[in-house]
Write a protein that binds this ligand. Structure first.
Ligand SMILES: C[S@@+](CC[C@H](N)C(=O)[O-])C[C@H]1O[C@@H](n2cnc3c(N)ncnc32)[C@H](O)[C@@H]1O
Length: 232
C-alpha cells in the first residue's frame, strides 16, 4: 500500500514503493496540482460554463480536488473522468486530510473518492454539484480507448517516463489526441524529451512552460483546431 507523506505546502501525497515515486512534488502536492493542471490546463480553455476533463492516473484525486474547487468557485460545470489501475485503498483515503481547501470541498472530494469504481462498459457516475459528474474508470492507461473528440483537456499524470516508459509512448498519446476536441489541450508535469517527441509524433503542437514550484519546465500540448475529422 502507498505510504502517506506531507509535502512543503502542508498537503499530503503518497509514496508508492512499487513504483519508487511520490504521486506529486514534495515541494507542494496541492500547489503542483493547482499550477500544472488547473492554471495551465483547465483555465486555458477560454470562457465556458462547462468543461470535460480526462485524467490519466487519478491516484488520490488531488488534481480532481483542485479542479473541483476552481470549477465550483467559478460556476463551471465539471465533467471529470479519471483512469486508474491501482485505486487508493479506502482506509488510506479516510486518513488523508487536505489542508488549504475549504471543508466543503474536502468533504465532497472524500465522498467522490470513496464512490464505486466503474469497470469498462458499466455506467456508474458520481454526481457533482451544478450538474457535473465524476467517472472513475478502473482501467489500464496503456490500452484504454477513450470516447473520440469528447474532452477539452487531458491531464497526463502518469509516474515519470524513467519509471514507466511504456506509459509515455506515442500509442498512448494517440488515444489522448483522439479523445480531445479540436483545439483541446493536454498538460503534464514532465518536460522530458520522450514526452515531447511522443506528443509531436501524434500531431500535437507542444509548448514548454515554466514548471511548478521551482521545477524548470512542464509541457502543454495542443491539438490543432483545424485537424482532419476522424471520419475522413
Ligand atoms: C503520479 S500518480 C497520479 C497522481 C494523481 N493524479 C493525483 O492527483 O493524486 C500516477 C498514477 O498512475 C497510476 N497508474 C500506474 N500504472 C497505471 C496504469 N497502467 N494504468 C492506469 N493507472 C496507472 C498509479 O497508481 C498512480 O495513481
Amino acid at each position: 500500500m502507498p505510504k502517506l507523506r506531507k509535502t512543503a505546502d502542508g498537503s499530503p501525497t503518497l509514496y508508492s514503493a512499487a513504483f519508487g515515486e511520490t504521486y506529486h512534488s514534495m515541494q507542494g502536492a496541492l500547489s503542483e496540482s493547482q499550477y500544472v493542471f488547473v492554471e495551465q490546463g483547465a483555465k486555458r480553455c477560454g470562457e465556458q460554463k462547462s468543461i470535460r476533463i480526462l485524467e490519466y492516473g487519478l491516484g488520490m484525486g488531488l488534481n480532481f480536488l483542485a479542479t473541483l474547487q476552481w470549477a465550483l468557485q467559478d460556476g463551471v460545470t465539471l465533467h471529470y473522468t479519471g483512469i486508474e489501475l491501482y485505486p487508493v485503498a479506502e482506509q488510506l483515503l479516510y486518513t488523508l486530510k487536505i489542508e488549504g481547501v475549504a471543508p466543503q470541498f474536502a468533504k465532497l472530494w472524500q465522498e467522490a473518492m470513496l464512490a464505486p469504481w466503474q469497470h469498462t462498459g458499466e455506467d456508474s457516475t458520481f454526481r457533482l454539484p451544478n450538474g457535473g459528474s465524476l467517472r472513475k474508470l478502473l482501467d489500464d492507461m496503456r490500452t484504454y480507448t477513450p470516447e473520440a473528440e469528447c474532452y477539452q483537456v487531458v491531464y497526463f499524470d502518469a509516474f515519470s517516463p524513467e519509471v514507466v516508459p511504456e506509459q509515455w509512448q506515442p500509442s498512448v498519446f494517440q488515444h489522448c489526441y483522439d479523445a480531445l476536441r479540436p483545439g483541446g489541450l493536454l498538460v503534464t508535469y514532465s518536460a522530458s524529451g520522450v514526452a515531447k517527441r511522443g506528443l509531436r509524433t501524434v500531431g500535437f503542437r507542444v509548448e514548454r512552460l515554466p514548471g511548478a514550484l521551482g521545477k524548470r519546465h512542464m509541457l502543454r500540448a495542443k491539438k490543432p483546431a483545424t485537424h482532419r475529422s476522424l471520419e475522413k
